[in-house]
Write a protein that binds this ligand. Structure first.
Ligand SMILES: C[S@@+](CC[C@H](N)C(=O)[O-])C[C@H]1O[C@@H](n2cnc3c(N)ncnc32)[C@H](O)[C@@H]1O
Length: 272
């Protein structure tokens, strides 16, 4: 898996071009506005303060191994600080989530994989009109995430405890169309494709689906490539750390690789 991630990273950098290759106005505006990671928002320091407390919390909790497991942890007793350092999205990913929600004014958001609730806070914090539903299979982790959301006074986030397999079909049956979905758990090819297809049936033309860890394993990359090629996907944006797909029918089908990090040259390229 590590070798796959390394080879994929080299290929990713190799295939990237420059932002001047972008001809679509929609994409240009999106990349230069929503993906401008030099921006800072009032919510960031507050959430990062909560993250820093989790990173110092050495309380041990018992957790179940769900999904495809983890490269870095195997025991069932884990320190909260360890979960915060290896399972929770980093600041770059979280800023991307916040800024996409803010840019597209997404309202009905679904997250698969809450962990300690940091990414859901970023998804929920740009407006009180947002409703985030986040699903977490481990009860101890879900309870900590509830405390995290209470500390941030984020009453626009609902955590559903249960496995994606059980909870997702039921949730979608009663949910309005999804504006943005963030799939960040159970990193298995077949499961990821299944969750994507279920969510896709509850999307509209402006919906956005974000998949985390698309180069986590060969299976995840296979799933991502199939999703990028799906007939309903018109734009697939490969950020290496995550993949973002758009369904807007007026876009011409494209696969874009893009390096969003502030400290890297801004690059973009068309591949495949
Ligand atoms: C990578 S973490 C989520 C990180 C979080 N979105 C963030 O960015 O901070 C994945 C979470 O999904 C949960 N999970 C994995 N497979 C699951 C499944 N099949 N059903 C429910 N929860 C699952 C794990 O317990 C874990 O907490």
């Amino acid at each position: 898996m590590i070798l796959h991630q390394f080879k994929s990273l080299i290929r990713f950098y190799w295939k990237a071009g420059t932002i001047y290759n972008v001809h679509s106005d929609f994409l240009y505006q999106f990349l230069t506005t929503a993906m401008d990671l030099k921006k800072t928002y009032y919510a960031y320091p507050q959430i990062e303060l909560i993250r820093s407390k989790l990173l110092k919390n050495d309380r041990v909790i018992s957790i179940e191994d769900l999904g495809a497991g983890s490269h870095k942890m195997s025991t069932h007793d884990r320190k909260i600080s360890k979960i915060a350092s290896v399972s929770v999205s980093d600041l770059v990913s979280c800023r991307i989530l916040f800024q996409i929600v803010e840019y597209f004014k997404c309202k009905n958001i679904l997250e698969l994989g809450t962990s300690l609730g940091i990414s859901s806070l970023y998804l929920a914090s740009s407006s009180k009109d947002i409703r985030v539903t986040t699903i977490e299979g481990d009860v101890s982790i879900a309870n900590i995430a509830r405390d995290v959301h209470a500390e941030a006074h984020a009453d626009n986030i609902q955590i559903i405890h249960g496995t994606f397999e059980k909870v997702l079909p039921q949730y979608l049956k009663n949910s309005a169309k999804i504006d943005l979905a963030f799939i960040d758990g159970h990193h298995d090819e077949k499961a990821t494709l299944d969750y994507f297809n279920q969510i896709l049936n509850h999307c509209h033309y402006e919906s956005i689906i974000i998949l985390d860890d698309i180069y986590w394993s060969e299976g995840m990359t296979q799933a991502w490539m199939q999703i990028a090629r799906h007939p309903k996907v018109t734009l697939a944006l490969d950020l290496y750390i995550m993949g973002i797909v758009f369904l807007k029918p007026d876009l011409s089908k494209q696969y874009i690789t893009y390096i969003p990090y502030r400290f890297k040259p801004w690059k973009i390229g068309l591949i495949g």
